[in-house]
Design a protein around this ligand. Structure first.
Ligand code: UDP
Length: 481
């Protein structure tokens, strides 16, 4: 452990992600970016999550970077969670979501104790979903920065909804309304807002509503916000976030572009369920820009009827595809249409479990991405210049879809109008064909990808933003002493 008497002169930063893939992955990328800039970095996480990321830290150590894991026991039993349920991706039911958040709150005392034993950190970069770290940081006398796994755009949309309440002036859940105060005309419906789109889990949302409120409060009290985005992607929304919402913000992404070599791309998050060489040689055998990548993140699941529609939509598209299925869906024999695998043989690959997403997205054969619009996935697709078929599921994902479809115009949205609540194969087919054949959309996506690459290069906006953040923290620390 980087102890108090540590003779190493490097400044020390503590990074604490929420235990969920969509949070740990970008924050570990951030931790590596900080270590590359010469800082010593401690990542706080639980034993099972630590075992998932150990190889990443070993590789960082081999490159001379100073990183360590600070382990903290996760109180599964005390919070009513099954043993070993230390990550949101192993939650057996969404009904246990609030238990998971309760468990994270119980980490406060052990967290404070742990940080007191380490070399005095410059700051704590905490996941915004761990709002209690604001009070812990205050008790420790260390500045807290909130890390957002979303963009400024969705924060601005929430702000507009909160301040102007346009949702209260519409007659039905499907009546469109414009979000006031934003620089683009962003139209949404109440049905697209989380508490309406998931009526069956409304009680969870009310619990989550409290967490969201605590997050807002904690973020407002914090030193500032680190955002996995880049200025050129959403300049007006970065400005709104800073000037209208009054927050200090450092857009330092896309952090995924920091994964340059094959091992980093292949083992990001956890070991892939497919041998990366098999995956790469299959991609090598496909034409440039021809393959559709279909993946819905780490926690979204579909029922068998919906899975069948996806399968038939992919089959009808007549394009090569890689489709990632998770959870119960991995038992493909139980739902895959008769003869499907034979019919798509050679042009379709199903990955059961964890896919090496960055490796697939950055391969030249990949030409489009059907995504649930989790921000990491959206940004990972955009940063390698891919057009997206947007199928948002929950949280801020419908807003991410608006950014892609309405503002950037680099994607097409899957319509969810079917009265049975299913997205039919015809609609999936339509969206996939559009995304793979619209050359103007493809050109725009390519330009976004080029901008993203430049942002993280030396002299680019995100590179500079990270330098400014480090300088500011160091000088804040010097003034304190
Ligand atoms: N991911 C991956 N392989 C998979 C599924 C997801 O590498 O099979 C990664 C993906 O690259 C992204 C993260 O997991 O970085 C998922 O985050 P996102 O915000 O897209 O969705 P969430 O899982 O939070 O819904």
């Amino acid at each position: 452990m980087f102890g108090v008497g540590d003779s190493d002169q490097r400044h020390h930063v503590v990074v604490f992600p929420l235990m969920a893939q969509g949070h740990m992955l970008p924050m570990i990328d951030l931790a590596r970016m900080l270590a590359k800039r010469g800082l010593a970095v401690s990542i706080v996480t639980t034993p099972l999550n630590a075992s998932r990321i150990r190889s990443i830290l070993d590789r960082a150590a081999a490159s001379g970077h100073r990183m360590q894991i600070l382990e903290i026991e996760f109180p599964c039993m005390e919070a009513g969670l099954p043993e070993g349920c230390e990550n949101l991706d192993s939650l057996p039911s969404t009904h246990l979501l609030m238990n998971f958040f309760e468990a994270t709150k119980m980490l406060r005392d052990p967290f404070e104790k742990l940080i007191r034993q380490t070399k005095n950190p410059l700051c704590i970069i905490s996941d915004t979903f761990l709002p209690w770290t604001a009070e812990a940081a205050q008790a420790l006398g260390i500045p807290r920065l909130a890390f957002h796994t979303s963009n400024c755009f969705s924060q601005c949309c929430w702000h507009s909804l909160y301040v102007h309440q346009p949702q209260k002036r519409v007659g039905s859940d499907t009546e469109p309304f414009v979000l006031p105060g934003l620089s683009d005309e962003i139209t949404v419906t109440k049905a697209q807002l989380p508490e309406h789109s998931k009526e069956n889990i409304a009680w969870i949302v009310s619990g989550l509503g409290k967490v969201l409120e605590e997050m807002q409060k904690a973020d407002a009290q914090s030193y500032g916000t680190v955002v996995n985005s880049f200025h050129e992607l959403e300049p007006r929304y970065v400005d709104y976030y800073i000037n209208v919402m009054g927050r200090k913000a450092w857009p330092i992404g896309p952090v995924s572009l920091y994964n340059r070599d094959q091992a980093d791309k292949a083992e990001r998050g956890m070991k892939a369920s497919i041998d990366e060489r098999v995956c790469l040689s299959w991609l090598d055998s496909q034409k440039q820009g021809s393959v559709l990548y279909v993946c819905f993140g780490s926690i979204s699941h579909f029922n068998p009827a919906q899975l069948v529609e996806i399968a038939l939509g992919l089959e009808a598209s007549r394009r090569p595809f890689i489709w990632v299925v998770k959870g119960d869906a991995q038992q493909v024999d139980q739902w895959l249409p008769e003869g499907f695998e034979e019919r798509v043989q050679g042009r379709g690959m199903i990955i059961r479990g964890w896919a090496p997403q960055l490796l697939i997205l950055s391969h030249a054969a990949t030409g489009g991405f059907l995504t649930h619009c989790g921000w990491n996935s959206v940004l990972e697709g955009l940063s390698v210049g891919l057009p997206l078929a947007a199928w948002p599921m929950f949280a801020e994902q419908p807003l991410n879809a608006r950014l892609v479809v309405d503002v950037l115009k680099t994607g097409v949205e899957i319509s969810k109008d079917d009265p049975n609540g299913l997205v039919r194969k015809e609609e999936i087919h339509r969206a996939l064909c559009e995304v793979m054949s619209n050359s103007e959309m493809r050109d725009r996506a390519m330009k976004v990808g080029e901008m993203a690459g430049k942002a993280v290069e030396e002299g680019g906006s995100s590179h500079l933003s990270l330098s400014l953040l480090i300088e500011e923290l160091v000088s804040y620390n010097n003034r304190k002493q």
